[in-house]
Design a protein around this ligand. Structure first.
Ligand code: 0X9
Ligand code: ZN
Length: 474
C-alpha cells in the first residue's frame, strides 16, 4: 500500500484497512514526546532505523501490525504525518546478493569466522596481542576480547574499550572493530602513529559482545536485536543496551520480556553486561566507543534523560564533532536528543565510572551494502586512531569550579526526579545547592539547557527545602 493511501485512510479515522503481511516496512512518524510515549506503551521497535531529532522510524512488522490493529486509538496520533520510508527492511540482509553459500556472509563475519580471525591474529602478532575469553553466554558460546598493546613497551599506558554488536542485527558494528585491529597491527612497524598508540595504550576490543544474538540473527531471524536469554521456555531475550546499572528501568526501556527493548529482570542480570563491568574493573578505561547501526550518528550521554545536558557536554561535543567529521558527516548529538533510553552503555560507563563514552550509529542500514563496507571500516579505524591519540585524559582540564559543582548537584536531582517527586528524598542533593546563589544556579540551569518544566520543578523543591530548613531551625 502506498504511504499516501495509508496516511489518507488514517487521517480519515478509518481503521479497517489490512496491512500487507508479507513484507515488513519502516514507518516514519514525527519525533514528539507523545509519539515516543505511544511507541513505548505499545512496545513497538523504534531503535535507530534512520531516526533523527525530527523523525522516529519504527519497524512495522507483523507483531506491530497486530498491536496497532488492537489499539486503534493510538494509531490516530501515530499515523498523522507518517510515511513509509522502507518497503522491506529485511531485504538488506539478502545474503544471496553478497554471498555464494548459506554459511558464508560474504564481507560480514559469521561468529565462527570472527573467532578464527582473532585466533590467527593473536598467533601472528604474539608480542602485540592477547586473546581472551571474557565470558560464556547462556547458550554456551564464548565471548572473546582481544587486547592490543606492545608488551615490550614500558611506557605508562591508558586503556580504551571498543565494542561491537550489542545488538544482534547490527552486523556492521562487528566489522569496524575488526578493521581497526588489523589497521593498527599491520601498520605497527611502518607507521609512527600506530606504533605510538600500541606503545602507550592498552586497547581492549570486544568485536561481538552479544554472541548468541549475533548467531541467531545470522542463521535464523535477521531482525533479531536482543540476546537469547530464556524466560520460561521461550528465548525472549534481553536488550543488552537497556540492562546496564545506571538509571536502569527508566524511560525508553521496557519491563515486558516480549519488547525489543526489554531491560531484563534486574540491572546487570546479563552475562554480556557483566563482561563490560568486569573489563572496566580490570582495565580502568579512560575512553570507550560502542559501535551500533544505523543512522550515521555520534551519540553521547545522557541517554536516560532529555531534561538536561551533562556537566561535561562541551567535552563530549568537542570529540563528537571531530568524530562526526571523520565519519564523513555523521551528526553529533546528545543521545537523548533522539529518544531517551535508560540502562545504556554510555550512561553506565560515564555516569558510574567517569569514562568518556560514545555510541556510534554506523551507516544507513543495519547491514550496509558490501561496496560501502570498506569506507565505513576505514573511517571507523581513523576515528579510533583519533580517539586513542587525543582522548587520553579527556577530563584532565575540567576544573572543579562552582558551576561544575552546581551542575553535579543538579544532575543528581534530575536523576532522583525520575524516581519520585517527594521533597524529603532530595534532602542531600538539595542541601548541596543551598550554599549557592540563586542567580548562579539559574545560569547553570540555562547552560545545561534544562527544560523549563524541570527548572520550575527544581526551583520549587529548593524553596520547599529552604522552608523546611527554617522550620527545623526554629
Ligand atoms: O536504542 C539503542 O540502544 C541505540 N540505537 S540502536 O538502534 N543501535 O539500538 C541508541 C542508544 C542511544 N541512546 C539513546 N537514544 N538515549
Ligand atoms: Zn544498536
Amino acid at each position: 500500500m502506498k504511504p499516501f493511501a495509508i496516511a489518507k485512510i488514517l487521517t480519515l479515522g478509518l481503521f479497517s484497512f489490512t496491512f500487507n503481511s508479507f513484507s515488513s516496512q519502516v514507518l516514519q512518524v514525527p519525533n514528539s514526546p507523545v509519539n515516543q510515549k505511544i511507541l513505548d506503551k505499545l512496545d513497538l521497535d523504534y531503535a535507530c532505523m534512520g531516526n533523527t531529532k525530527d523523525h522516529l522510524h519504527f519497524h512495522l512488522d507483523q507483531r506491530a501490525k497486530n498491536i496497532l490493529e488492537s489499539n486503534k486509538f493510538s494509531k490516530t496520533s501515530l499515523f498523522k504525518d507518517s510515511k513509509i520510508v522502507n518497503e522491506n527492511i529485511e531485504s538488506q540482509f539478502d545474503i544471496e546478493s553478497f554471498s555464494k553459500t548459506k554459511n558464508d556472509l560474504g564481507i560480514y563475519h559469521t561468529h565462527q569466522e570472527l573467532v578464527q580471525e582473532l585466533q590467527e591474529t593473536a598467533k601472528k602478532y604474539p608480542s602485540l596481542t592477547e586473546l581472551k575469553v571474557v565470558g560464556t553466554t547462556v547458550e554456551g558460546n564464548d565471548i572473546h576480547a582481544i587486547v592490543l598493546s606492545n608488551k615490550k613497551s614500558t611506557l605508562d599506558k591508558k586503556s580504551f574499550l571498543v565494542t561491537g554488536t550489542h545488538h544482534a542485527r547490527e552486523w556492521i558494528s562487528t566489522e569496524v572493530p575488526l578493521a581497526s585491529i588489523q589497521d593498527l597491527l599491520q601498520s605497527f612497524s611502518s607507521d609512527d602513529e600506530a606504533s605510538t598508540i600500541l606503545n602507550n595504550s592498552t586497547l581492549v576490543y570486544v568485536p561481538m559482545l552479544n554472541v548468541d544474538g549475533a548467531i541467531f540473527s545470522r542463521t535464523q531471524q535477521r531482525m533479531w536485536r536482543k540476546n537469547r536469554r530464556k524466560e520460561g521456555i521461550s528465548s525472549t531475550g534481553v536488550d543488552n543496551n537497556r540492562n546496564y546499572a545506571y538509571e536502569w528501568g527508566g524511560a525508553g526501556a521496557s519491563g515486558s520480556a516480549w519488547s525489543n527493548t526489554f531491560r531484563g529482570p534486574e540491572a546487570m542480570s546479563e552475562v554480556e553486561n557483566k563482561v563490560i563491568a568486569q573489563l572496566h574493573d580490570q582495565y580502568d578505561f579512560v575512553t570507550a566507543i560502542s559501535f551500533h547501526s544505523y543512522s550515521e550518528l555520534i551519540l553521547w550521554p545522557w541517554g536516560f534523560t532529555d531534561k538536561m545536558k551533562s556537566k561535561d557536554h562541551k567535552i563530549f561535543e568537542k570529540y563528537g564533532k571531530k568524530m562526526g567529521a571523520i565519519m564523513g558527516g555523521y551528526k553529533p548529538i546528545q543521545a537523548s536528543g533522539l529518544y531517551p533510553a535508560s540502562g545504556v552503555f554510555d550512561d553506565y560507563l560515564y555516569g558510574q565510572h567517569g569514562v568518556l563514552t560514545y555510541t556510534i550509529e554506523l551507516g544507513k542500514q543495519f547491514v550496509p551494502k558490501p561496496s560501502e563496507v570498506p569506507t565505513i571500516n576505514s573511517n571507523g579505524s581513523k576515528l579510533l586512531r583519533y580517539m586513542f591519540t587525543e582522548a587520553r585524559a579527556p577530563f584532565e582540564n575540567v576544573a572543579n569550579t562552582t558551576e561544575y559543582q552546581i551542575a553535579q548537584a543538579l544532575e543528581n536531582i534530575v536523576k532522583s526526579l525520575n524516581i519520585n517527586s517527594e521533597v524529603t528524598s532530595y534532602t542531600n542533593e538539595l542541601s548541596a545547592l543551598q550554599s549557592f546563589k540563586k542567580e548562579q544556579i539559574e545560569a547553570v540551569m540555562k547552560d545545561l539547557d534544562m527544560s523549563p518544566l524541570t527548572r520550575i520543578q527544581i526551583n520549587r523543591l529548593i524553596k520547599k527545602q529552604a522552608l523546611f530548613n527554617t522550620l527545623q531551625d526554629k
